[in-house]
Design a protein around this ligand. Structure first.
Ligand code: G3P
Ligand code: MG
Length: 239
């Protein structure tokens, strides 16, 4: 079962920053999950919310600022005093190409992202030759359909929120290769069924040792966690 550090090792370092991604690597994660929005000038930047308020303390929407301005913002969250700028996707992938990490790039839905993010993100992925180590995920089936139109071979995963009985059909409709489910839906029978339909199945956000053990027993392909060191310790104990 692969361990993906959610927004990097975000329990111990500011989320979606180089510090959290570097810590995820040091914590022996298999991959990192990161969230992407487009800047006003169409550059993919790594940040979860639509606004800068929670992580960088600035009352502005991400899509209204240029990449140059966004990367000057310090996304240190509750780690006051730390210098941890908002990274561009390019910056993360340029670093990432020299590591063995997998990259779960979550496209957030917004009017700006929906129009251009798939092209921009895949351009970056190809620039650093990371297409075999990337999964593009999204709650938006429309965005994933768009990704497959840009490049059919890129692995995608859908984050479902509606009724479980519709998941397979909806994942197939957007040609997703996998499903990343909230842990509240997790059960062994569902995981087996989805895997038997050739879908990769991963679960978020699992932050306890018990949850990690159960995810492994249920047969998930991957676990997405804020605490990759905890998940790695569980995996080592169980092997
Ligand atoms: O990839 C799973 C997870 O990141 C989805 O939720 O809100 O943390 O991006 P969120
Ligand atoms: Mg996410």
């Amino acid at each position: 079962m692969d361990i993906f550090a959610h927004r990097g090792a975000s329990k111990a370092a500011p989320e979606n920053t180089m510090a959290s991604f570097q810590l995820a690597l040091a914590n022996d994660s298999d991959g990192v999950e990161l969230d992407v929005h487009l800047s006003a000038d169409g550059v993919p930047v790594v940040i979860h919310d639509n606004t800068l308020l929670r992580t960088a303390g600035i009352d502005a929407e991400v899509h209204t600022l240029s990449a140059a301005d966004l990367t000057k913002c310090n996304a240190n969250g509750r780690w006051k005093g730390l210098h941890t700028p908002i990274p561009t996707l390019d910056k993360v992938l340029q670093w990432g190409m020299h590591t063995p990490l997998l990259f779960n790039i979550e496209l957030k839905s917004s009017p700006t992202n929906d129009a251009h993010a798939p092209e921009k993100v895949l351009e970056s992925v190809f620039q650093y030759s990371l297409q075999k180590r990337c999964i593009v995920s999204s709650f938006s089936a429309e965005l994933l359909t768009h990704v497959k139109k840009v490049d059919d071979a890129i692995e995608t995963a859908w984050l479902p929120s509606g009724p479980v009985r519709e998941w397979s059909a909806q994942a197939n409709a957007c040609r997703a290769n996998g499903i990343h489910m909230n842990q509240r839906f997790a059960n062994k029978r569902l995981v087996s069924r989805l895997r038997s339909e050739q879908l990769y199945v991963r679960v978020y956000t699992v932050n306890t040792a018990l949850g990690t053990m159960l995810a492994r027993r249920m047969g998930f392909d991957g676990v997405i966690t804020d605490k990759p060191a905890m998940a790695r310790a569980v995996m080592k104990r169980q092997s």
